[in-house]
Design a protein around this ligand. Structure first.
Ligand code: ADP
Ligand code: MG
Length: 326
């Protein structure tokens, strides 16, 4: 049934518009017309990614502060761009708001603060979106990101080769460990700030690392760790038609996290990448540690895709990416 839009909806768009930046270098028209106009740099491909953030699936309003929900909504998309070595050009945000939330200025401001602070950090203008009142009681936010990379140079998950070394950025398991603590005592996290280390509430997408790996041709393949190391490494191996051996002693397990969380915990948003055996990787890129964690080997019939080496013991590892909020 066509229905004129509520004042709340228009006021909210105005609120978002007043807070988003003026047209940027590659965004010729942002919020305010029927379409945004984006012109990628000459000789670059356009990379597009879209991610849902669903209440009670990806976040809970009784656990996550609004600022974290906004931050995480954008972080997921930025991490996908990072994984391909892309530079963000513009973000688009579609919101389906349950009626009480559409009038909840405190929630909306917190959400927008979290999203726009992370957008500002990565020079990603919010260039449009859609806003609707939802008949459902749960908030739904969809983020679309446009990025660019020199044509043909984007990093892929399908190009790892046997003999390559396997690396990961930062630390693993921290997000799962923090989520466990959050679920146990949500009130303790009400004052969390994006400037402190909060791997679950405020993950840091590794755009600078992805960009450098692409620019300097350091990586042969790359994927971001959104579903957990075991699951995302499985994706990379399947796409590349190779197998991988992880060395347990080399895994950078976050303080307070368990080995299981490092192997299977989701939402760390680190980069998992491969490099030629002769490539010399810096120890850090833009202040983010780079850790060698294993090797890519030939895929042999009857052999597991992933193995975990612990001293002399070698065990098969299956993708058990941890499903959040289950
Ligand atoms: P239309 O009806 O032509 O699709 P809208 O009234 O929905 O336009 O939106 C007006 C402008 O506000 C457009 O530029 C749109 O991209 C932008 N916009 C709407 N909702 C959002 C949102 N949640 N975030 C960012 N921009 C938005
Ligand atoms: Mg619209």
């Amino acid at each position: 049934v066509p229905r004129s839009r509520s004042l709340g909806e228009l006021a909210l768009i105005d609120r978002i518009r007043s807070r988003s930046e003026a047209p940027a270098r590659y965004v010729l028209q942002g919020i305010g017309d029927d379409c945004a106009v984006v012109r990628p740099p000459a000789g670059h491909s356009l990379l597009v990614t879209t991610d849902f953030s669903l209440e009670n699936r990806h976040f809970r309003r009784d656990w996550h502060i609004p600022r974290s929900i906004g931050h995480r909504t954008l972080a997921r998309g930025l991490s996908d761009l990072a994984a391909m070595g892309a530079t963000p050009l513009a973000a688009f945000l579609s919101l389906a708001l349950p009626r009480p939330l559409a009038r909840d200025a405190k929630f909306l401001d917190g959400f927008l603060n979290g999203l726009l602070e992370l957008a500002g950090l990565h020079h990603t203008p919010l260039a449009g979106g859609d806003t609707a009142e939802s008949p459902s009681p749960e908030l739904l936010a969809d983020i679309v990101l446009l990025g660019s990379a020199p044509a043909g140079r984007e990093l892929r998950r399908s190009t790892a080769r046997p003999g390559d070394a396997l690396y990961v950025t930062g630390e693993l398991g921290g997000a799962a460990a923090e989520l466990e603590a959050l679920a146990a005592h949500p009130a303790r996290f009400r004052r969390a700030a994006a400037t402190d280390r909060h791997p679950h509430l405020f993950p840091a997408p590794r755009l600078a690392v992805g960009h450098r790996l692409m620019r300097q041709r350091l990586a042969t393949a790359c994927i971001d760790v959104s579903d957990g190391l075991s699951t995302d490494l499985t994706h990379l191996c399947q796409a590349s038609n190779v197998a991988a051996e992880l060395d347990q002693a080399l895994l950078p397990i976050a303080a307070g996290a368990t080995l299981q969380q490092a192997l299977h915990g989701g939402e760390d948003y680190e980069l998992l990448f491969t490099a030629a055996p002769t490539a010399r990787l810096p120890r850090t890129i833009g202040g983010v540690a780079i850790h060698r964690i294993g090797s890519i080997v030939k895929l042999r019939r009857g052999q597991p895709l992933l193995t975990l080496q612990d001293g002399r013991r070698k065990t098969a590892l299956t993708g058990q990416g941890w499903e959040h909020l289950q």
